[in-house]
Write a protein that binds this ligand. Structure first.
Ligand SMILES: [Zn+2]
Length: 88
């Protein structure tokens, strides 16, 4: 069971273990980062359905990528399309 303290995000504390983070990241270490990714995958699923507003095309973006790289609109087309019959 992983608990995440989202209130820590504006205090430079790790959202997993409450230790101060060195950079402006949400977690203090690779281990905590891994736990955070697991938590988000459990919470939001392994992949997220992201719709390109300009084309209306839906893409399947790994939750991990959104956390680690952030989501940039120009990268959307690199991801596979979300099939219509797939459940989000
Ligand atoms: Zn930590």
């Amino acid at each position: 069971m992983i608990t995440v303290n989202f209130e820590n995000t504006d205090k430079d504390l790790c959202v997993i273990c409450d230790k101060p983070t060195i950079t402006s990241k949400m977690t203090c270490s690779d281990n905590c980062h891994k736990k955070f990714v697991e938590f988000c995958e459990g919470q939001y699923g392994i992949s997220k359905k992201v719709v390109d507003q300009t084309t209306g095309i839906s893409y399947k973006v790994p939750t991990k990528d959104i956390i680690e790289k952030g989501l940039r609109w120009k990268d959307l087309t690199n991801y596979p399309r979300w099939e219509e019959n797939e459940v989000a």
